[in-house]
Design a protein around this ligand. Structure first.
Ligand code: NIG
Ligand code: FE
Length: 387
């Protein structure tokens, strides 16, 4: 087995507080050894063992690759006109999803696959190494199955989101659509999915109320899928408490939270995933990350990359927004984008760089993780192992 030494690390983010400074477990002047795709040794560069190969990263910061635990990357078309209207005051209510559904149904499989590959390359270039991908722009048995099959070609973290909105042909017949989602659609999609998700948002005329959401999640659990929820994006509602009650791995958005929602999250294993790119792109108020963190809730950051509410694949942008707009410290934001998001996917092999972790390294063209927020909009990722 080849041992590859990565040395000259100016700052190593281990995410093991016992292993270095602060919540990120920072090690200065560090090195690590990679064997068979896993971290085999971590420590001071001065104590590094002999290895078969060696890469010196020249004093740069090295982080665990970002974990983007919430994306919708299988779609056709774009909605820049909707974005422009929103910037001049038209509120988001989920109604635009139908136009992406129409474009996605019309698209050929090769076109969807090519678009997905382009987006995946975009994510990777910005330091993301683990990606969750949801369906939700097919909304028929065949189109949802196709979306998940394509997503599975590029990631194991696939999520069935048949309950994204009620599609036009079921308008006014939500119960019939929920029966389709929890019946034949789930049967066709479950073999390609690890998770099930629902857009639980009674404030949207297009999404699902608490009862319908519960039916979807319970059916998914019955089919062996883990649970995730889009909740409390547009208004306070039942999403967060439903997610906690059913033991969901994550509830995502969390823009409008009550005290009871925070208390429920604090006493649970459900991660609160914040998606600040959405607030940026919809002109909503940002979630109260400080209240969540101060209550002891595990917080994740993800992009939500999708053509409606946030057409950005940039985890560095999310980190910068989390620091500037949600008052997270740079360390809290980096932790949320790595270890927090790994927890949101219930993964222990990614999101940290302890011995045994996957050797998913993100190398910055900078000496410290702080530069991700300090230099917003600047390409920060150096890829010494790929170029
Ligand atoms: O996570 N809120 C629901 N779904 C997506 C948006 C999808 C769209 O507008 O196309 C979200 O924000
Ligand atoms: Fe989403």
């Amino acid at each position: 087995m080849i041992a590859h030494l990565v040395t000259g690390i100016g700052e190593l983010v281990t995410n093991h507080p016992g292993c270095g400074d602060g919540p990120l477990g920072l090690l200065p002047d560090a090195a690590l050894v990679v064997e068979d795709g896993r971290v085999a040794w971590v420590g001071p560069a001065s104590a590094a063992p002999a290895a078969d190969a060696r890469t010196d990263v020249g004093g740069r910061a090295v982080l665990p690759g970002f974990v983007d635990s919430h994306t919708h990357l299988v779609f056709a078309g774009e909605r820049s006109a909707e974005f422009e209207a929103r910037m001049s005051g038209v509120p988001y209510d989920g109604g635009g999803i139908a136009s992406t559904v129409a474009a996605t149904r019309d698209a050929g499989e090769d076109a969807l696959r090519a678009r997905l590959a382009t987006l995946m390359a975009e994510l990777r270039a910005q330091g993301t190494t683990t990606v969750e991908i949801k369906s939700g722009y097919g909304l028929s048995v065949a189109d949802e199955e196709r979306s998940l099959r394509l997503a599975r070609e590029v990631t194991e973290e696939t999520t069935f989101l048949g309950a994204h909105v009620v599609p036009p042909e079921y308008r006014g017949r939500t119960d019939d659509y929920v029966a389709l989602v929890t019946g034949p659609m789930l049967t066709a999609c479950a073999p390609h999915a690890r998770w099930i998700d629902v857009f639980c948002e009674p404030a949207s005329p297009h999404a699902f109320d608490g009862d319908a959401s519960r039916a979807v999640l319970e059916a998914g659990r019955g089919a062996g899928l883990g649970l995730r929820v889009h909740g409390n994006q547009l208004a306070p509602g039942p999403g967060v408490r439903l997610a906690v009650e059913l033991g969901a791995a994550s509830v995502d958005h969390c823009t409008f939270l009550t005290d009871a929602d925070i208390d429920a999250l604090a006493g649970s294993d459900t991660v609160a995933t914040l998606l600040p790119g959405v607030e940026f792109s919809t002109r909503q108020p940002y979630p109260d990350a400080r209240r969540l963190l101060d209550a002891g809730v595990t917080v994740a950051l993800a992009t939500d990359c999708n053509p409606g509410t946030c057409f950005s694949s940039s985890m560095p942008l999310c980190i910068a927004l989390a620091v500037r707009e949600m008052r997270m410290t740079p360390a809290e934001a980096v932790r949320a984008a790595t270890a927090g998001a790994a927890a949101a996917l219930r993964r222990t092999d990614v999101g940290h760089l302890g011995v045994g972790a996957r050797a998913d390294l993100t190398v910055l063209n900078a000496p410290s993780h702080r530069h991700l927020a300090y230099r917003p909009g600047v390409p920060m990722v150096h890829r010494p192992f790929e170029e």
